[in-house]
Write a protein that binds this ligand. Sequence first.
Ligand code: FAD
Length: 434
Amino acid sequence: MAGDGERVAIVGAGLAGCLLAVLLGRRGVPVTVYERRPDPRVAGAERGRSINLAISARGLAALEQVGLRDQALKQALPMHGRMVHPLPGAQNFQPYSADGERAINSVGRAELNRSLLDAAEATPGVTLRFSQRVTGVDVDAGELLFEDADAEPADVVLAGDGAYSAVRRSLGFDHDADFLEHGYKELTVPPRNGEFALDPDALHIWPRGTSMMIALPNLDRSFTCTLFWPKGDFDALGTPDKVTAYFEEHYPDVAGLMPDLTDDYAHNPIGSLVTVRAWPWTRYGDGATVALLGDAAHAIVPFFGQGANCAFEDCIEIDRCLTETGGDWRRALSLYQERRKANTDAIAELSLDNFIEMRDRVSSPVYRAKQAATHALERRLAGRYVSRYELVSFSTLPYADIPARIRRQNLVLGAAVAGGAAVLGLAIRAARRR
Ligand SMILES: Cc1cc2nc3c(=O)[nH]c(=O)nc-3n(C[C@H](O)[C@H](O)[C@H](O)COP(=O)(O)OP(=O)(O)OC[C@H]3O[C@@H](n4cnc5c(N)ncnc54)[C@H](O)[C@@H]3O)c2cc1C
């Protein structure tokens, strides 16, 4: 299935779909992107989608390849650490990096999507088609199927249609979808007297044991807060008065900063949090080659802020594999899935683990002491001891290599500590003998 003149379709003009369209257009591969929504640059963003995202090293590296890194950073607010709001207790700031210099970036999803759509539209060979809901692919006929329109020919279909991918479903791709018992709901802290009502240089966390709330700053000086609660708990607060009372008791330092709390709470939807593990990600029919990417292949929970970063890495890998295989789609897509799967499995696990860290551990004094010790080690052993957070957020080390790297570091450290203790023991014994 190599060669010129292939009709390449991308399903979904989300974050991954748009980036991939730009990359393919730049290679001289004509591509049509089919998006079920109307053009969000005209129609506005959907309510209930996460409003802002943390973009870090991996996402920035990918955006750099299409010249969008600086533009994304201009539309971003850096967050240099977590501001933890325990109950009871005073808020405390925990820097993300040992030197306190590194930051993850709060970016508006809608703005990022708009920039990517503009870039895709401006790339020769890319055609964007909105309000086109794809229902599936006929891989033998080589056709893309639509809800309200005639089938269209497609030799290569790249499905970036999100966690609930219609392409994945229609072709019966083998996959698990693990839903957390927690859902999410977004609330707003508007500006106060024209200024940010909370410190804008931090990702705020209100850890509450089995649940939590976080807040990320927006350019308009508001914050978008996201509650991560067991789904049943949302309905337990049946009336606006109960909602207000609950927030005053459990989130006392922010309840007064949310004038629209009860309205947001009543009207903003409860989103689901799912980990999707699909395999394989490719299907080869007589008429069409299909591959999944981004959330369609590997949706993850958002607790490491990596879903979009990881989806962008998929696009870069597809582009790289096309280069390495001389544009042979079958070989390129096989190579892509082989290289990415272990990485996406790894970040899925790291993301699930990080939920427990964020909602529970970050407020403990022991955790804070450990963090301080980790940062001290990182400063002392620069480059040789690097925290898990740094490796995920501030490096492009393949996700799959991170657990082993951490284990190795800990072994060396353990040996050094044990060695140090042994030396100390000998010294004490020698001193006693003297
Ligand atoms: C609450 C929350 C917070 C998050 N925070 C972060 C974060 O801080 N950092 C981070 O990196 N990631 C974060 N993520 C994850 C991130 O949003 C996703 O990983 C990312 O959007 C995946 O990109 P995608 O292009 O694969 O899918 P999407 O962005 O979901 O795009 C899919 C596109 O396909 C379209 N589509 C769907 N079905 C069809 C169809 N049948 N036909 C045609 N088009 C279709 C959709 O309309 C959409 O435009 C978060 C997710 C959630 C839920």
